[in-house]
Design a binder for this molecule. Sequence first.
Ligand code: FMN
Length: 180
Amino acid sequence: MKIVIGISGASGVIYGVSLMKALEADIVLVMSKTAKDILRYETDLAVESVYQLADEVFEDEDMFAPIASGSNRFDAMVIVPCSESTVAKIANGISDTLMTRAAAVCLKEHRHLVLVPRETPVSAIMLENELKVARLGVAIVPASPGFYPKPKTVQEMVDFVVGRILDQLGQPNEMFDRWS
Ligand SMILES: Cc1cc2nc3c(=O)[nH]c(=O)nc-3n(C[C@H](O)[C@H](O)[C@H](O)COP(=O)(O)O)c2cc1C
């Protein structure tokens, strides 16, 4: 399975990094410029160390990358975290970055697209954008960890969200204690 991971410039880039560590697939990574800045601000990780978690990396400005074309085969795409700016572009057909172009490819080719928005509070515009893409079959998985597994660390809260993303991709996982 080949999965495109987009990490955009919302708070919580650690969700994207943790997903890449847990995902059993060939990973194609695209990080926006702001995502790289936020990675440096929110974590002790270097951008290069995140690149090493991927099988292939393309710059967000590289519109010549294979994933910019619908003729290139990949199975699904996850944007995690997904800024509301990136949600807005996807919802309105704007493909001026590799990440938003690959998302547009998912929509036009009817491939699985998972968006993990991270914002609070949200405006009506943001809600409308999320609703618009949800109606097209996009999975909206907000970065909002559940507390019923009684997390004791931030990583456990991150892993809850990562587990729910993996559920969307059909990858069996035990990232968190499920309700039973
Ligand atoms: C430190 C920091 C945190 C941010 N957090 C969020 C956020 O949680 N959600 C969001 O929608 N935008 C957030 N933004 C704003 C986006 O980064 C901004 O809209 C940017 O243009 C998004 O571009 P991109 O989606 O191409 O990365 C944040 C910006 C900074 C600098």
